[in-house]
Write a protein that binds this ligand. Structure first.
Ligand code: NDP
Length: 453
């Protein structure tokens, strides 16, 4: 490690103790930025990197609510407003018991670069709560969301900070949050994205992250004159991102053979075709069931429960051409990365945020496979959120074809910008460096323009 990386990381670790995911995300970016800092001493003098790792604002609050038995429950709410150089803070809300300050800071930090890559005017933020929507009734989820928004409303706004969904926050939660915001503020504005179509939502928003990750992979394949036709794909997760990844892969001639939840995974050698995907969507989005039920219904599928004694995830240990991690951070460890390479995978496009540990990333890069890191490959979701904001401002709705056309173009632009930056800074084919550098430059130059703020 260079003296520059050492000194930034020493400060970050001292100021943000016990936040390993945040350290991991910063380290990866700072290592890439070394290549830029050497050529641009003005960024060093203006302490751009030291400023970009410090959130502009962190809000942490109590969220009390009543469960169905009338018992008082208390959760913790957060909003990290990381960087507003190029636009209002933008980034999802995550409701999951694992949520803590460090995880949300890593996500907010990644979001700054991702949003910059989309070419749209959005700053970076992230928020959420350690609330677990699993096993809660609709009424409990509503009461929680209302309490959460009762505090959050004073910190967000259509020109200030525009949250969206993430793990555990889908259409139902966005509806309850929007309803409470509108009630408190007495105004109907696009303060959240991922809204229902009847009340300001955008076509293709639910599909956008999964579709975008597949489009990103399509662009990587195109550099080798290749396509998805006949390729076998491993997908993890079974939520929003995984579902639409599978849908788009089917459309483009690929075959998805796995999906998972936190209890286990299914392997369906015959492929998760459109009919089976419809079953999965109903199971996950309406019945809120477990992925195991897929194997109960389809005899072609084998279910494997999570084994906490294993030091690898067997989902990544099947013969395949492509992998789309779409569940959560650090879900591919070094051994999983080795298994993927051993099994013939030559393309990884990350739907999830930071799903691969640093040693795994290093193995992919060393092996020279097409590796699309999350901040580039999954930027389609926030890109269409940006388009939802544009439609809200125009008070117009675009057609499915228009939004999908914008999404395809944006994913190609992100791919091309990352590819070009990797080449320009001496690491051709390294999309990690490319995405970090391309995302950074726009924010850094804007911060230079706006002075020390
Ligand atoms: P969902 O809540 O819809 O689905 C998450 C899926 O991942 C579920 O199958 C869930 O299983 C599984 N999962 C979550 N946490 C864990 C865990 N700790 N261990 C094992 N499995 C887990 O979320 P999304 O599909 O929206 O998000 C998935 C990933 O994509 C996240 O990393 C998110 O940050 C990223 N992302 C999402 C975007 C979006 O637009 N939604 C945009 C960009 C990135 P279970 O139900 O059992 O918890």
């Amino acid at each position: 490690m260079s003296a520059f990386v050492d000194s930034v990381m020493a400060q970050v670790k001292a100021k943000n103790p016990a936040e390993p995911e945040f350290h991991q995300a910063v380290q990866e970016v700072v290592e890439s930025l070394e290549l830029v800092i050497e050529k641009h001493p003005e960024y060093r003098a203006a302490k751009i990197v030291e400023r970009i790792v410090e959130p502009e604002r962190v809000i942490m609050f109590r969220v009390p609510w009543l469960d169905d038995q009338g018992e008082v429950q208390v959760n913790r709410g957060f909003r990290i407003e990381m960087n507003s150089a190029i636009g209002p803070y933008k980034g999802g809300l995550r409701f999951h018991p694992s949520v803590n300050l460090g995880i949300l800071k890593f996500l907010a930090f990644e979001q700054v670069f991702k949003n910059s890559l989309t070419t749209l005017p959005m700053g970076g933020g992230k928020g959420g709560s350690d609330f677990d929507p699993k096993g809660k009734s609709d009424n409990e989820v509503m009461r929680f969301c209302q309490s959460f928004m009762t505090e959050l409303n004073r910190h967000i706004g259509q020109f200030t900070d525009v949250p969206a969904g993430d793990i555990g926050v889908g259409g139902r939660e966005i509806g309850f949050l929007f309803g409470q915001y509108k009630r408190i503020k007495n105004e109907f504005v696009g303060v959240l994205t991922g809204k229902g179509l009847a009340w300001g939502g955008s076509l293709i928003r639910p599909e956008a992250t999964g579709y975008g990750a597949v489009y990103f992979g399509q662009n990587m394949l195109a550099t080798k004159n290749d396509t998805y036709e006949g390729k076998t794909c491993l997908v993890s997760g079974s939520g929003n991102v995984a579902q639409y990844t599978i849908e788009k892969l089917n459309e483009l001639g690929g075959k998805a053979v796995t999906c998972s939840d936190s209890s286990g995974y299914i392997y369906d050698e015959a492929g998760i075709d459109a009919g089976k995907l419809a079953f999965l969507m109903e199971l996950k989005n309406v019945k809120r069931g477990r992925v195991k039920e897929y194997a109960d219904k389809y005899s072609s599928a084998v279910y494997t429960p999570v084994d906490p004694n294993l030091d690898y995830n067997p989902l990544w240990d099947h013969k395949a051409d492509c992998a789309f991690p779409s569940a959560t951070q650090n879900e591919i460890n070094a051994k999983d990365a080795e298994n993927l390479l051993k099994n013939g995978v030559t393309l990884v496009s990350e739907g999830a945020n930071m799903p691969t540990v640093p040693d795994g990333v290093e193995k992919f890069i060393k092996a020279g496979i097409m590796y699309g890191p999350g901040k580039a490959a999954n930027a389609g979701g926030v890109a269409v959120s940006g388009l939802e904001m544009s439609q809200n401002s125009l008070r117009l709705s675009w057609t499915r074809e228009e939004v999908d056309g914008h999404l395809k173009r944006i994913m190609k632009d992100i791919h091309d910008a990352s590819y070009a930056a990797a080449e320009k800074y001496g690491t051709p084919g390294n999309y990690v460096n490319g995405a970090n550098i391309a995302g950074f430059l726009k924010v850094a130059n804007t911060m230079m323009d706006q002075g020390v703020v």
